[in-house]
Design a protein around this ligand. Structure first.
Ligand SMILES: Cc1cc2nc3c(=O)[nH]c(=O)nc-3n(C[C@H](O)[C@H](O)[C@H](O)COP(=O)(O)O)c2cc1C
Ligand SMILES: [Fe+2]
Ligand SMILES: [Fe+2]
Length: 395
């Protein structure tokens, strides 16, 4: 797509990627994406971010339509992930005198990306640059979502360039929120959940910082440019990043899989025992639920108990799916325990515990196994595990 103006002397010069279906391996992008780069063409010229390498030629052509690339004064690298730095080397080939401005922690990332000499200047929080009629202020916003991330605010236009924050993998050539007629709210929320959910605290810090600025337009690094819903977009980020409130009654979640009903018996006994200890308990057969729909639940609970039989020396796949779906959650210190029915080798419980610990759950109790069909003594061990979990939560 050709460049277009978003404010006086400020142009979008990015690239559309409508057929992108998966981003960074982890994120489905059924509506494609865009790589937004912005050129500020004042007395001095400055480019904010670049695009994915695949679109380099188009990107350089876009800039060349507006200025002589050789004369580019500055390149702001807000974040070095390749979807924004992929064209940096080719750009430097054309604009060898351009000075790179980036956060302090981005300096080494830029060097490790371009692997050559360049003029790189770190910019501090609140530092400004005057392009002649355009005053840019840099805001340090680390871990949104890499250590290097920063934002740029243009005072004259009250225009915020927040990089991946408020971004959206949604490709529509109309580009402005009020011109796009399709609903992009679900994609906007998905983007937050996949990219920013692990960094809720940092989102809150950034929002607090942004409270000092009058933002009239948001020009993010992907998807629609926001000019008619600035307040709504910020409000949603605020809501999604609030700390989870404490439960008035302690909540435990019991997840299990069972091929022949034995682990299921254990799960039910554990659930009953937790209830007797006055816990709020929810019991789920992992083959019957969508894990994505459980993420809020897991983040809000006090303890999680995971049960799996041992099949071929391992826990079963739905359990691994659960345990590999939790990396975007803050689980530090939350209580967890495991259980399962086994035949002979019984590795499942040990593997689940190892994974729970790697996820930073507190796993103070040894998981309970029973041999094939649980007998009364084994059921008692299940009750005891539940009781210890409940006591720990209460304490
Ligand atoms: C295909 C298959 C493979 C199994 N592999 C193991 C194994 O490697 N180690 C083990 O301890 N038990 C193994 N077992 C035994 C199960 O763990 C045992 O039957 C258990 O009671 C099943 O619990 P469930 O009723 O909750 O599915 C296997 C069972 C099946 C059906
Ligand atoms: Fe990114
Ligand atoms: Fe990005």
């Amino acid at each position: 797509m050709k460049p277009f103006s978003i404010a006086s002397d400020i142009h979008w010069v990015g690239a559309l990627h409508p057929d992108l279906r998966i981003f960074d391996i982890i994120m489905k992008t059924k509506n494609g994406s865009t790589y937004n780069s912005y050129l500020l063409n004042a007395d001095k010229t400055l480019l904010i971010d670049t695009v994915k390498s695949k679109f380099t030629d188009l990107f350089l052509q876009n800039i060349s339509q507006l200025m002589d690339l050789e004369k580019l004064d500055y390149i702001v690298v807000q974040h070095t992930e390749p979807d924004h730095s992929g064209s940096l080397i080719a750009l430097l080939d054309k604009a060898p005198d351009a000075e790179i401005l980036c956060s302090k922690s981005a300096v080494k990332f830029v060097k490790n990306t371009i692997n050559r000499d360049a003029k790189i200047t770190p910019v501090g929080d609140g530092s400004t640059i005057d392009l002649g009629g355009k005053t840019l202020e840099f805001l340090q916003t680390p871990f949104l979502h890499w250590p290097d991330t920063m934002m740029t605010y243009c005072h004259e236009d009250r225009l915020l360039f927040p990089c991946d924050v408020f971004a959206n993998h949604f490709c529509d050539s109309r580009m402005f929120d009020d011109a796009i007629t399709r609903d992009f709210a679900p994609d906007f929320e998905l983007y937050f959940n996949i990219i920013f959910r692990p960094f809720k605290k940092n989102v809150q810090n950034a929002l607090a910082k942004l409270g000092n600025f009058d933002v009239q337009m948001i020009a993010p690094s992907h998807g629609p440019i926001i000019r008619s819903s600035v307040h709504e977009v910020m409000t949603r980020y605020d809501q999604w990043s609030r700390p989870v409130p404490e439960n008035s009654t302690p909540r435990c979640l019991v997840y299990y899989v069972s091929a022949h009903g034995n682990t299921e018996i254990m799960a039910k006994i554990i659930t009953e025992a937790l209830k007797q200890d006055n816990m709020d308990v929810e019991l789920y057969d992992l083959t019957q639920i969508s894990i994505d729909e459980q993420l809020d639940n897991i983040e809000a609970c006090d303890a999680i108990l995971v049960g799996s039989p041992t099949i071929n020396n391992d826990a079963v796949k739905p359990v691994w799916e659960l345990l590999t779906s939790l990396t975007t959650l803050n689980l530090k210190g939350k209580l967890a325990a495991s259980f399962g029915s086994i035949g002979w080798s019984g590795e499942s419980v040990k593997f689940i515990d190892e994974r729970l610990k790697a996820l930073k759950f507190k796993v103070p109790f040894e998981g309970v196994t029973c041999k094939l069909v649980p007998d009364e003594e084994e059921l008692q061990s299940c009750r005891q595990l539940a009781h210890k979990v409940a006591e720990t939560i209460k304490a």
